[in-house]
Design a protein around this ligand. Sequence first.
Ligand SMILES: *Cc1c(COP(=O)(O)O)cnc(C)c1O
Length: 387
Amino acid sequence: MTDGKGAETAHGFETLAIHAGQDADPSTGAVITPIFQTSTFRQPTVGELPAGYDYSRAGNPTRAALEDCLAALEGGTRGFAFASGMAATDTYLRAVCRPGDHILIPNDAYGGTFRLVDRVLRRWGLDYTPVPLSDLAAVRAAIRPETKLIWCETPTNPLLGIADIAGLASVAHEAGAQLVVDNTFASPYLQQPLNLGADAVVHSTTKYIGGHSDVVGGAVVVRDAHLADDIAFHLKSMGGVAGPFDSWLALRGLKTLAVRMDRHCANAESVVQLLVSHPAVTEVFYPGLENHAGHEIAAKQMRRFGGMVSFRVRGGQDAAVAVCDKAKVFTLAESLGGVESLIEHPGLMTHSSVAGSELEVPDDLVRLSVGIESVEDLRADLTQALG
Ligand SMILES: *Cc1c(COP(=O)(O)O)cnc(C)c1O
Protein backbone atom coordinates (compact mmCIF):
# COMPACT_ATOMS: atom_id res chain seq x y z
CA MET A 1 0.00 0.00 0.00
CA THR A 2 3.00 2.33 -0.04
CA ASP A 3 5.98 2.60 -2.29
CA GLY A 4 8.15 2.18 0.80
CA LYS A 5 9.32 5.79 0.49
CA GLY A 6 6.63 7.43 2.60
CA ALA A 7 5.01 8.90 -0.50
CA GLU A 8 1.57 7.53 0.33
CA THR A 9 -0.63 10.40 1.46
CA ALA A 10 -4.09 9.33 0.29
CA HIS A 11 -4.89 7.54 3.55
CA GLY A 12 -5.79 8.83 6.99
CA PHE A 13 -3.33 9.13 9.87
CA GLU A 14 -4.40 5.93 11.65
CA THR A 15 -4.13 3.91 8.43
CA LEU A 16 -0.68 5.28 7.66
CA ALA A 17 0.48 4.57 11.22
CA ILE A 18 -0.40 0.90 10.78
CA HIS A 19 0.61 0.42 7.14
CA ALA A 20 3.01 3.06 5.77
CA GLY A 21 6.39 1.51 4.99
CA GLN A 22 5.10 -1.79 6.37
CA ASP A 23 4.03 -3.88 3.38
CA ALA A 24 4.05 -7.60 4.14
CA ASP A 25 7.56 -9.04 3.92
CA PRO A 26 7.85 -10.31 0.31
CA SER A 27 10.03 -13.34 1.17
CA THR A 28 7.76 -14.81 3.87
CA GLY A 29 4.45 -12.93 3.81
CA ALA A 30 4.95 -11.88 7.44
CA VAL A 31 2.32 -9.24 8.14
CA ILE A 32 4.49 -7.53 10.74
CA THR A 33 7.83 -6.09 9.66
CA PRO A 34 10.48 -8.58 10.87
CA ILE A 35 13.35 -7.59 13.16
CA PHE A 36 16.23 -7.81 10.69
CA GLN A 37 18.83 -8.44 13.38
CA THR A 38 21.78 -8.47 10.99
CA SER A 39 24.80 -6.24 10.58
CA THR A 40 25.50 -7.10 6.94
CA PHE A 41 23.86 -8.26 3.70
CA ARG A 42 25.01 -10.78 1.08
CA GLN A 43 25.94 -9.38 -2.33
CA PRO A 44 25.21 -11.83 -5.22
CA THR A 45 28.16 -10.34 -7.05
CA VAL A 46 30.59 -7.57 -6.11
CA GLY A 47 28.71 -4.32 -5.59
CA GLU A 48 25.25 -5.71 -6.39
CA LEU A 49 22.71 -4.88 -3.66
CA PRO A 50 19.33 -6.42 -4.63
CA ALA A 51 17.41 -4.70 -1.81
CA GLY A 52 19.72 -1.69 -1.53
CA TYR A 53 21.29 -2.76 1.77
CA ASP A 54 24.98 -3.42 2.39
CA TYR A 55 25.65 -2.70 6.09
CA SER A 56 23.21 -1.88 8.89
CA ARG A 57 24.83 1.41 9.96
CA ALA A 58 24.02 2.73 6.49
CA GLY A 59 20.58 1.11 6.33
CA ASN A 60 18.52 -1.74 7.74
CA PRO A 61 15.05 -2.90 6.59
CA THR A 62 13.42 -2.70 10.04
CA ARG A 63 14.80 0.80 10.52
CA ALA A 64 13.70 1.73 6.99
CA ALA A 65 10.11 0.68 7.75
CA LEU A 66 10.11 2.96 10.80
CA GLU A 67 11.70 5.80 8.84
CA ASP A 68 9.15 5.57 6.02
CA CYS A 69 6.25 5.41 8.47
CA LEU A 70 7.54 8.47 10.37
CA ALA A 71 7.96 10.38 7.11
CA ALA A 72 4.36 9.57 6.11
CA LEU A 73 2.95 10.57 9.51
CA GLU A 74 4.78 13.92 9.59
CA GLY A 75 3.96 14.73 5.96
CA GLY A 76 7.64 14.60 5.02
CA THR A 77 9.49 12.84 2.24
CA ARG A 78 12.23 11.18 4.27
CA GLY A 79 12.64 10.06 7.84
CA PHE A 80 15.70 8.99 9.80
CA ALA A 81 15.76 6.89 12.96
CA PHE A 82 18.43 7.45 15.61
CA ALA A 83 19.63 5.72 18.76
CA SER A 84 18.12 8.53 20.88
CA GLY A 85 16.51 11.91 20.64
CA MET A 86 19.84 13.50 21.56
CA ALA A 87 21.62 11.59 18.76
CA ALA A 88 19.00 12.96 16.36
CA THR A 89 19.47 16.50 17.71
CA ASP A 90 23.29 16.35 17.61
CA THR A 91 23.36 14.83 14.13
CA TYR A 92 20.90 17.39 12.79
CA LEU A 93 22.73 20.38 14.27
CA ARG A 94 26.14 19.24 13.03
CA ALA A 95 24.78 18.33 9.60
CA VAL A 96 23.28 21.79 9.08
CA CYS A 97 25.57 24.09 11.09
CA ARG A 98 29.30 24.85 10.83
CA PRO A 99 31.67 26.23 13.49
CA GLY A 100 31.02 30.00 13.64
CA ASP A 101 27.28 29.64 13.06
CA HIS A 102 24.68 30.81 15.54
CA ILE A 103 21.32 29.32 16.49
CA LEU A 104 18.34 30.38 18.58
CA ILE A 105 17.04 27.96 21.18
CA PRO A 106 13.95 28.25 23.41
CA ASN A 107 14.66 29.88 26.77
CA ASP A 108 12.86 26.88 28.27
CA ALA A 109 14.46 24.23 26.04
CA TYR A 110 14.52 20.54 26.94
CA GLY A 111 17.38 20.23 29.46
CA GLY A 112 19.35 17.75 27.38
CA THR A 113 19.16 19.98 24.31
CA PHE A 114 20.39 22.94 26.34
CA ARG A 115 23.27 20.86 27.75
CA LEU A 116 24.24 19.60 24.27
CA VAL A 117 24.25 23.11 22.81
CA ASP A 118 25.87 24.82 25.80
CA ARG A 119 28.51 22.26 26.81
CA VAL A 120 29.26 20.24 23.69
CA LEU A 121 28.40 22.20 20.55
CA ARG A 122 29.62 25.55 21.88
CA ARG A 123 33.07 23.98 22.28
CA TRP A 124 32.76 22.78 18.67
CA GLY A 125 32.18 26.43 17.64
CA LEU A 126 28.40 26.82 17.55
CA ASP A 127 27.07 29.94 19.30
CA TYR A 128 23.53 30.18 20.64
CA THR A 129 21.04 32.60 22.17
CA PRO A 130 18.14 31.45 24.36
CA VAL A 131 14.96 33.36 23.45
CA PRO A 132 11.30 33.26 24.47
CA LEU A 133 9.93 31.66 21.30
CA SER A 134 6.37 32.79 22.07
CA ASP A 135 7.56 36.39 21.43
CA LEU A 136 8.12 36.73 17.66
CA ALA A 137 9.54 40.27 18.05
CA ALA A 138 12.15 38.98 20.51
CA VAL A 139 13.01 36.15 18.12
CA ARG A 140 13.43 38.54 15.20
CA ALA A 141 15.63 40.83 17.33
CA ALA A 142 17.91 37.93 18.33
CA ILE A 143 18.66 36.88 14.76
CA ARG A 144 22.18 37.64 13.50
CA PRO A 145 23.65 37.39 10.01
CA GLU A 146 25.22 34.05 11.02
CA THR A 147 22.00 32.60 12.49
CA LYS A 148 21.51 29.27 10.78
CA LEU A 149 18.38 27.99 12.43
CA ILE A 150 15.71 28.45 15.04
CA TRP A 151 15.25 25.40 17.28
CA CYS A 152 11.65 25.27 18.44
CA GLU A 153 9.81 23.18 21.00
CA THR A 154 6.07 23.52 21.35
CA PRO A 155 4.59 22.71 23.79
CA THR A 156 7.72 23.29 25.87
CA ASN A 157 9.09 21.27 28.71
CA PRO A 158 8.17 21.63 31.55
CA LEU A 159 6.14 24.87 31.41
CA LEU A 160 4.00 23.96 28.37
CA GLY A 161 4.73 27.23 26.58
CA ILE A 162 3.39 27.52 23.03
CA ALA A 163 5.27 28.88 20.02
CA ASP A 164 3.58 29.87 16.75
CA ILE A 165 5.15 27.45 14.28
CA ALA A 166 3.89 29.22 11.13
CA GLY A 167 4.99 32.60 12.52
CA LEU A 168 8.45 31.29 13.43
CA ALA A 169 8.82 29.70 9.99
CA SER A 170 8.21 33.12 8.39
CA VAL A 171 10.71 34.83 10.70
CA ALA A 172 13.32 32.14 10.02
CA HIS A 173 12.82 32.13 6.26
CA GLU A 174 12.92 35.95 6.00
CA ALA A 175 16.36 35.73 7.62
CA GLY A 176 17.52 32.89 5.38
CA ALA A 177 17.48 30.51 8.33
CA GLN A 178 15.69 27.21 8.96
CA LEU A 179 12.99 26.35 11.44
CA VAL A 180 13.41 22.99 13.20
CA VAL A 181 10.65 21.76 15.52
CA ASP A 182 11.23 19.23 18.29
CA ASN A 183 7.76 17.65 18.07
CA THR A 184 8.25 15.19 20.94
CA PHE A 185 5.56 16.61 23.25
CA ALA A 186 2.82 16.81 20.62
CA SER A 187 3.63 13.80 18.39
CA PRO A 188 2.62 13.90 14.71
CA TYR A 189 -0.94 12.94 15.65
CA LEU A 190 -1.50 16.27 17.41
CA GLN A 191 0.75 18.57 15.37
CA GLN A 192 2.49 18.43 11.97
CA PRO A 193 5.14 21.16 11.82
CA LEU A 194 6.20 20.52 8.20
CA ASN A 195 2.66 21.40 7.09
CA LEU A 196 2.99 24.67 9.05
CA GLY A 197 6.21 25.68 7.27
CA ALA A 198 8.97 24.07 9.36
CA ASP A 199 12.00 22.68 7.51
CA ALA A 200 12.54 19.71 9.79
CA VAL A 201 10.93 17.81 12.64
CA VAL A 202 12.93 16.11 15.39
CA HIS A 203 11.60 13.56 17.88
CA SER A 204 12.58 11.68 20.92
CA THR A 205 10.71 8.48 19.93
CA THR A 206 11.39 7.39 23.53
CA LYS A 207 8.28 9.33 24.47
CA TYR A 208 4.83 9.22 22.79
CA ILE A 209 5.93 7.46 19.59
CA GLY A 210 7.39 4.45 21.43
CA GLY A 211 4.70 5.04 24.01
CA HIS A 212 5.47 2.17 26.41
CA SER A 213 8.64 3.35 28.20
CA ASP A 214 10.57 0.39 26.80
CA VAL A 215 12.83 1.96 24.18
CA VAL A 216 15.14 4.97 23.72
CA GLY A 217 15.18 6.42 20.20
CA GLY A 218 15.10 9.54 18.08
CA ALA A 219 13.99 10.68 14.65
CA VAL A 220 14.33 13.42 12.06
CA VAL A 221 11.85 14.03 9.22
CA VAL A 222 12.40 16.47 6.35
CA ARG A 223 10.94 17.30 2.91
CA ASP A 224 13.84 18.85 1.04
CA ALA A 225 15.86 16.27 -0.93
CA HIS A 226 19.25 17.99 -0.43
CA LEU A 227 18.67 18.34 3.30
CA ALA A 228 17.65 14.66 3.39
CA ASP A 229 20.88 13.64 1.65
CA ASP A 230 22.88 15.70 4.17
CA ILE A 231 21.14 14.04 7.12
CA ALA A 232 21.58 10.57 5.60
CA PHE A 233 25.30 11.24 5.09
CA HIS A 234 25.76 12.48 8.65
CA LEU A 235 23.71 9.65 10.17
CA LYS A 236 25.89 7.11 8.36
CA SER A 237 29.10 8.98 9.18
CA MET A 238 28.36 9.74 12.83
CA GLY A 239 26.71 6.35 13.42
CA GLY A 240 24.00 7.18 15.97
CA VAL A 241 21.52 4.85 14.28
CA ALA A 242 18.54 3.05 15.79
CA GLY A 243 19.14 -0.70 16.06
CA PRO A 244 16.71 -3.19 14.49
CA PHE A 245 14.94 -4.19 17.72
CA ASP A 246 14.60 -0.60 18.92
CA SER A 247 13.26 0.36 15.49
CA TRP A 248 10.72 -2.47 15.71
CA LEU A 249 9.54 -1.33 19.17
CA ALA A 250 9.11 2.25 17.96
CA LEU A 251 7.24 1.01 14.87
CA ARG A 252 4.92 -1.08 17.04
CA GLY A 253 4.31 1.98 19.21
CA LEU A 254 3.39 4.09 16.17
CA LYS A 255 0.53 1.75 15.27
CA THR A 256 -1.45 2.79 18.37
CA LEU A 257 -0.24 6.39 18.58
CA ALA A 258 -3.58 7.93 17.60
CA VAL A 259 -5.74 6.00 20.07
CA ARG A 260 -3.20 6.46 22.85
CA MET A 261 -2.90 10.21 22.24
CA ASP A 262 -6.67 10.68 22.35
CA ARG A 263 -6.80 9.00 25.76
CA HIS A 264 -3.72 10.88 27.03
CA CYS A 265 -5.47 14.13 26.06
CA ALA A 266 -8.82 13.19 27.59
CA ASN A 267 -7.20 12.08 30.87
CA ALA A 268 -5.02 15.22 30.99
CA GLU A 269 -8.08 17.43 30.49
CA SER A 270 -9.79 15.73 33.42
CA VAL A 271 -6.71 16.01 35.66
CA VAL A 272 -6.38 19.71 34.76
CA GLN A 273 -9.98 20.32 35.85
CA LEU A 274 -9.15 18.79 39.22
CA LEU A 275 -5.93 20.79 39.63
CA VAL A 276 -7.33 24.22 38.72
CA SER A 277 -9.88 24.03 41.54
CA HIS A 278 -7.58 22.47 44.15
CA PRO A 279 -6.61 24.79 47.05
CA ALA A 280 -3.04 23.40 47.27
CA VAL A 281 -2.32 24.31 43.62
CA THR A 282 -1.37 27.90 42.82
CA GLU A 283 -0.97 27.69 39.03
CA VAL A 284 -1.65 25.10 36.32
CA PHE A 285 0.16 25.03 32.98
CA TYR A 286 -1.82 23.37 30.17
CA PRO A 287 -2.35 24.81 26.68
CA GLY A 288 -5.96 23.61 26.69
CA LEU A 289 -6.80 26.14 29.42
CA GLU A 290 -8.47 29.20 27.92
CA ASN A 291 -6.40 31.50 30.13
CA HIS A 292 -3.12 29.92 28.93
CA ALA A 293 -1.12 32.56 27.04
CA GLY A 294 -0.67 30.26 24.04
CA HIS A 295 -4.17 28.78 23.99
CA GLU A 296 -5.33 30.33 20.72
CA ILE A 297 -2.21 29.38 18.81
CA ALA A 298 -2.28 25.88 20.28
CA ALA A 299 -5.93 25.52 19.24
CA LYS A 300 -4.96 26.57 15.70
CA GLN A 301 -1.94 24.32 15.24
CA MET A 302 -2.74 21.28 17.42
CA ARG A 303 -5.54 18.71 17.12
CA ARG A 304 -5.81 18.49 20.94
CA PHE A 305 -3.64 19.77 23.78
CA GLY A 306 -1.56 16.76 24.78
CA GLY A 307 -0.90 14.65 27.84
CA MET A 308 1.64 16.84 29.66
CA VAL A 309 0.57 19.03 32.55
CA SER A 310 2.58 20.97 35.09
CA PHE A 311 1.52 22.88 38.18
CA ARG A 312 2.88 24.87 41.10
CA VAL A 313 2.19 23.78 44.65
CA ARG A 314 1.51 26.07 47.61
CA GLY A 315 4.39 25.75 50.09
CA GLY A 316 7.46 25.81 47.83
CA GLN A 317 9.95 23.08 46.97
CA ASP A 318 9.30 20.88 50.02
CA ALA A 319 5.57 20.78 49.30
CA ALA A 320 6.20 19.95 45.61
CA VAL A 321 8.61 17.16 46.54
CA ALA A 322 6.06 15.80 49.04
CA VAL A 323 3.40 15.56 46.31
CA CYS A 324 5.83 13.60 44.10
CA ASP A 325 6.73 11.28 46.98
CA LYS A 326 3.13 10.63 48.01
CA ALA A 327 1.78 9.78 44.55
CA LYS A 328 1.23 6.04 44.05
CA VAL A 329 -0.52 5.48 40.69
CA PHE A 330 1.67 8.24 39.22
CA THR A 331 5.16 6.72 39.30
CA LEU A 332 7.97 9.03 40.40
CA ALA A 333 10.30 8.91 37.39
CA GLU A 334 11.84 10.99 34.62
CA SER A 335 10.67 10.72 31.01
CA LEU A 336 7.14 10.98 29.63
CA GLY A 337 4.79 9.78 26.94
CA GLY A 338 4.32 6.18 28.09
CA VAL A 339 0.99 4.49 28.81
CA GLU A 340 1.71 4.78 32.55
CA SER A 341 1.36 8.07 34.40
CA LEU A 342 4.57 9.65 35.69
CA ILE A 343 5.21 12.47 38.14
CA GLU A 344 8.43 14.37 38.73
CA HIS A 345 10.03 17.48 40.21
CA PRO A 346 11.71 19.20 37.21
CA GLY A 347 13.93 21.46 39.35
CA LEU A 348 15.62 18.52 41.07
CA MET A 349 15.26 15.90 38.31
CA THR A 350 14.93 16.53 34.56
CA HIS A 351 15.96 20.18 34.73
CA SER A 352 18.71 20.08 37.36
CA SER A 353 21.30 20.72 34.61
CA VAL A 354 19.79 24.16 33.90
CA ALA A 355 19.87 25.33 37.56
CA GLY A 356 21.40 28.79 37.80
CA SER A 357 20.95 29.47 34.06
CA GLU A 358 18.27 31.45 32.25
CA LEU A 359 16.42 28.15 31.80
CA GLU A 360 15.92 27.52 35.53
CA VAL A 361 12.37 26.41 36.43
CA PRO A 362 10.32 27.27 39.56
CA ASP A 363 11.22 25.09 42.58
CA ASP A 364 7.55 24.49 43.47
CA LEU A 365 6.80 23.00 40.05
CA VAL A 366 5.52 19.44 39.54
CA ARG A 367 5.30 17.87 36.08
CA LEU A 368 2.86 15.13 35.11
CA SER A 369 2.92 12.83 32.14
CA VAL A 370 -0.71 11.77 32.25
CA GLY A 371 -1.03 8.15 31.18
CA ILE A 372 -3.96 6.13 29.91
CA GLU A 373 -5.02 4.42 33.15
CA SER A 374 -8.60 4.82 34.49
CA VAL A 375 -8.97 8.54 34.97
CA GLU A 376 -10.82 8.09 38.31
CA ASP A 377 -7.69 6.41 39.70
CA LEU A 378 -5.48 9.26 38.47
CA ARG A 379 -7.75 11.88 40.02
CA ALA A 380 -7.97 10.01 43.32
CA ASP A 381 -4.20 9.58 43.45
CA LEU A 382 -3.54 13.30 42.92
CA THR A 383 -6.17 14.21 45.47
CA GLN A 384 -4.50 12.07 48.15
CA ALA A 385 -1.00 13.27 47.17
CA LEU A 386 -2.03 16.93 47.41
CA GLY A 387 -4.00 16.43 50.64
C1 LIG B 1 13.40 13.25 25.93
C2 LIG B 1 13.48 14.45 25.05
C3 LIG B 1 14.59 14.65 24.21
C4 LIG B 1 15.80 13.72 24.22
O1 LIG B 1 15.48 12.46 23.78
P1 LIG B 1 16.24 11.11 24.27
O2 LIG B 1 15.51 10.06 23.53
O3 LIG B 1 16.10 11.04 25.76
O4 LIG B 1 17.67 11.26 23.87
C5 LIG B 1 14.58 15.75 23.38
N1 LIG B 1 13.54 16.63 23.38
C6 LIG B 1 12.47 16.47 24.17
C7 LIG B 1 11.37 17.46 24.13
C8 LIG B 1 12.41 15.37 25.03
O5 LIG B 1 11.35 15.23 25.83
